[in-house]
Design a protein around this ligand. Structure first.
Ligand code: FE
Length: 343
């Protein structure tokens, strides 16, 4: 009789006895599930769709943390070889260059990345790769400016533009990178002359951001300014009636100054194979549109078409000087702008 009652109780015993076994199975399987950890200076809404698509296609999980680039670089430095991060994503070649200079990134050997990303949009040692392109270009008032009078960045230093130019503050990395690339092209003396010319032509003190600069142009407070093309896209989406338009400068010379959002694999990545897979995926046709279109940028992979709005701004020649120069010459650019009185 007693056995009849013992039976069920001993089943419970077996069940409880089995729990540690199931727990250890779960731990084992999570350790074996491939995972990539990303530190991103791009906000969640700009990266999550691509990560979800990558996980769906490959089964590799992506964990990410977003913060500004300064905080992420400081964190990578502080964590050293204990960092959980496999990949750093950030905007501007100057920031990517700084991460490489601080020895936070490793060279990546990938035929796919070398095929998909043109040499001028990646580190010469392949420690970072541009994944989307932003163009820093001219925006002008369509009522006050004859388009035939526009030509180059350098021309905006000429006296015919006196009192007609608006510029964003020199404190932002965007104009620092532009000036750094001009130093790479022209040398310091000529670049300083150009920047002095810009300052002499200003209609107002430098403004806080690209959108404000375009609003000043639209309001007729100045006739022309320099902005990243996606800010133009955003502003025109909101207020299409503004009398402003994009102009692609330097088409008969060096081309339009471009910059990138990009990524690299951390020096102490625990999972560089899966991280390489993710970078390759981000450079592929499928992800390139997701990466570029969400922020009205241009795909870095030249085989991929821009989204319709971006394409409507017209084709243009990009400056193909290697973007590492924007980092190398950033300090020189900041000093030069300061000497030239560009605040
Ligand atoms: Fe921006």
């Amino acid at each position: 009789m007693s056995r009849i009652y013992i039976g069920p109780r001993s089943n419970f015993k077996y069940l409880f006895a089995a729990i540690p076994f199931f727990v250890s199975l779960m731990v084992l399987s999570s350790a074996h599930a491939e995972q990539v950890v990303v530190y991103s200076a791009r906000i969640e809404q700009l990266i999550k769709p691509m990560f979800d698509a990558f996980t769906k296609d490959t089964g590799v999980q992506v964990k990410y943390t977003t913060d500004n680039e300064g905080a992420l670089l400081a964190r990578l430095k502080a964590e050293g070889k204990n960092t959980p991060a496999d990949i750093l994503i950030t905007t501007d070649a100057g920031n990517l260059w700084e991460a490489a200079r601080a020895d936070l990134l490793r060279p990546v050997d990938s035929e796919i990345l070398e095929k998909n990303i043109p040499p001028y949009l990646r580190d010469p040692q392949n420690r970072w790769f541009g994944l989307s392109v932003r163009a820093r270009t001219l925006v002008y008032n369509t009522r006050n400016v004859n388009i035939d009078d526009l030509s180059t960045y350098e021309d905006l230093a000429n006296p015919e533009w006196k009192g007609r130019l608006c510029l964003r503050t020199s404190k932002k990395v965007y104009n620092q990178s532009l000036v750094a690339m001009m130093i790479a092209e022209h040398g310091e003396a000529k670049t300083e002359k150009i920047v002095r010319g810009w300052v002499a032509n200003l209609a107002t003190d430098p403004v806080s951001d690209d959108t404000r600069a375009m609003e000043f142009v639209a309001a007729g407070r100045c006739d022309v300014t320099l902005v990243n093309s996606y800010y133009y896209g955003r502003l025109m989406k909101k207020t299409p009636e503004l009398p402003i338009a994009i102009f692609w400068p330097n088409q008969n010379s060096s081309g339009v100054h471009v910059n990138v959002s990009g990524a690299g694999i951390t020096k102490f990545s625990k999972n560089p194979q899966a991280a390489t897979k993710l970078l390759e995926y981000l450079s592929s046709e499928k992800a390139q549109n997701l990466f570029a279109d969400v922020n009205m940028e241009f795909p870095a992979n030249p085989a991929v078409k821009s989204d319709a709005t971006v394409a409507s701004w017209g084709d243009f020649k990009q400056n193909s000087l290697n973007l590492a120069k924007a980092g190398e010459l950033q300090t020189a650019a900041i000093k030069l702008m300061d000497r030239a009185g560009y605040r």
